[in-house]
Design a protein around this ligand. Structure first.
Ligand SMILES: Cc1cc2nc3c(=O)[nH]c(=O)nc-3n(C[C@H](O)[C@H](O)[C@H](O)COP(=O)(O)OP(=O)(O)OC[C@H]3O[C@@H](n4cnc5c(N)ncnc54)[C@H](O)[C@@H]3O)c2cc1C
Length: 414
């Protein structure tokens, strides 16, 4: 059978490739980079099966001035990029304006995330799963003692979706995390959530399975995709090949918008840039990942390192990294864990979250371009959303019915 061509060897492309192989479909992946070195490389590694709250929520409009002028805040927009980002930002704010709409998004996020661990086990096999996934639980923390209106709304939306998060007392927090600063006044424990040993190891393991299963990998840049002039399938023009394929899947993360432009398809996809600083694992002893919700960063124990990841920066794909973020992340981590040995810092990293305005990915085909499938836009939760997205895409590509309603992820919602 002719190979399905997937553009992008991040977590979404790789999971989709393995899911297709498991259905007996031959697959070719094309990526200009080493597999797993896009956004899938440096994220916080959380498999947050209970995460179902979109980023844009009611009441966010009042925060816009702060984002524009506080360049070190959890969310910032580079002033020079504002004219380019404005249409997306407006859609983003609109997406979170009504509680009714947000509740629908929660349901769709819940469906995509809640079975992530089951689907990772299906993709990786029991041995691979045990090697790369850690089932530790996750702790979310706040410095403010009282829940805000936004926190209460998020609790209610989570409860609607059957998510159970346990509120901890200050004594319980100290018992669970003795090394955490006493400035933390509130915490929620998500016992069912986990994280990956390292996100790169996860992708590389799946990639090896893909190759062992007869998969073809071309390390080439895709410069353009167009319908073939004879009307059958697509031409994929890469840095050194002119390929033909009747089924093409775009899993190019934050770069997908550029690729689709050539096909005349305009999508509201922006990159929410994020950073990490990693430390040698001896810098801190941590039993599970901790997310500081007010400062929007997370600290994950990743085997050989402690990774501190966070920030949302709207500045596009081409702007240079903001080097001041490194010191800001180190300072956040040191404030939360005073015993952290900051002399053991070993890497600073910038990555590109592929984000839609409503926090849902775009999954599925296009009515007017049979054979073209889209699988990107997972924003803050691509490691979590990838395995179920792969299941959805593999079913759509092979003409198999999906058991979950895929309409919320269709491109025509925009
Ligand atoms: C700081 C940070 C923390 C995060 N933390 C978490 C977390 O804890 N949990 C979670 O679930 N998610 C997290 N995420 C989000 C997650 O990392 C992303 O949603 C996910 O990695 C996206 O995967 P992807 O496969 O769509 O994209 P990518 O991993 O970016 O892969 C896209 C691939 O497409 C390739 N490509 C693009 N254009 C072309 C072209 N023209 N030709 C050839 N190849 C091309 C790229 O080289 C790349 O390899 C975080 C992200 C960041 C930045």
């Amino acid at each position: 059978m002719e190979r399905v061509s997937i553009v992008g060897a991040g977590i979404v492309g790789i999971c989709t490739a393995v899911a297709l192989q498991q259905r007996g479909v031959a697959v070719r992946i094309i990526d200009e980079r080493d597999p797993g070195t896009g956004a899938s490389f440096g994220n916080a590694g959380l498999v947050s099966i209970d995460s179902c709250i979109p980023i844009a929520m009611p009441g966010m409009l009042r925060n816009v001035p702060k984002w524009l002028f506080d360049t070190q805040g959890p969310l910032s927009v580079r002033p020079g990029y504002l004219p380019y980002a404005s249409p997306w930002l407006l859609k983003w704010i609109r997406s979170g304006a009504s509680e009714k709409h947000v509740s629908l998004l929660c349901r769709a996020l819940r469906r995509l995330h809640k079975d992530a661990l089951v689907h990772y086990r299906n993709l990786l096999g029991a041995r691979g799963f045990n090697e790369v996934i850690r089932l530790s639980g996750q702790l979310h923390v706040w410095d403010t003692p009282r829940k805000s209106a936004g926190d209460l709304l998020a609790d209610r939306l989570r409860a609607e979706q059957g998510v159970v998060a346990r509120d901890l007392s200050v004594e319980e927090i100290t018992e669970l995390m003795p090394g955490m600063a006493r400035t933390v006044r509130r915490a929620q424990l998500y016992e069912n959530n986990g994280y990956v040993a390292t996100p790169y190891q996860l992708v590389q393991r799946l990639f090896q399975q893909f190759i062992d299963g007869g998969g073809e990998f071309l390390q080439q840049r895709v410069n353009g995709i167009s319908p073939h002039s004879d009307g059958a399938g697509f031409r994929i023009i890469t840095s050194c090949s002119d390929l033909r394929s009747s089924r093409v899947v775009i899993c190019a993360g934050a770069w997908s918008k550029r690729l689709l432009k050539g096909l005349g398809i305009d999508i509201p996809l922006e990159t929410e840039r994020g950073y990490h600083v990693s430390f040698d694992s001896s810098a801190l002893d941590l039993p599970m990942p901790v997310m500081h919700k007010e400062h929007a960063f997370g600290v994950t124990p990743m085997g050989e390192s402690i990774r501190v990841a966070g920030f949302v920066e709207i500045a596009g794909l081409d702007a240079e990294p903001d080097m001041s973020r490194e010191a800001a992340l180190v300072a956040h981590a040191k404030r939360l864990f005073p015993a952290l040995d900051t002399s053991r810092k070993d890497r600073f990293w910038l990555g590109f979250r592929p984000s839609t305005p409503d926090s849902l990915p775009i999954l599925g085909g296009l009515d007017n371009m049979p054979g073209l499938f889209l699988g990107f836009g997972h924003g803050h939760t691509g490691i979590t959303g990838a395995p179920v997205s792969a299941e959805i895409l593999a079913n759509l590509i092979t003409g198999t019915a999906n058991t979950i309603d895929v309409a919320p992820y269709a491109i025509n919602r925009f």
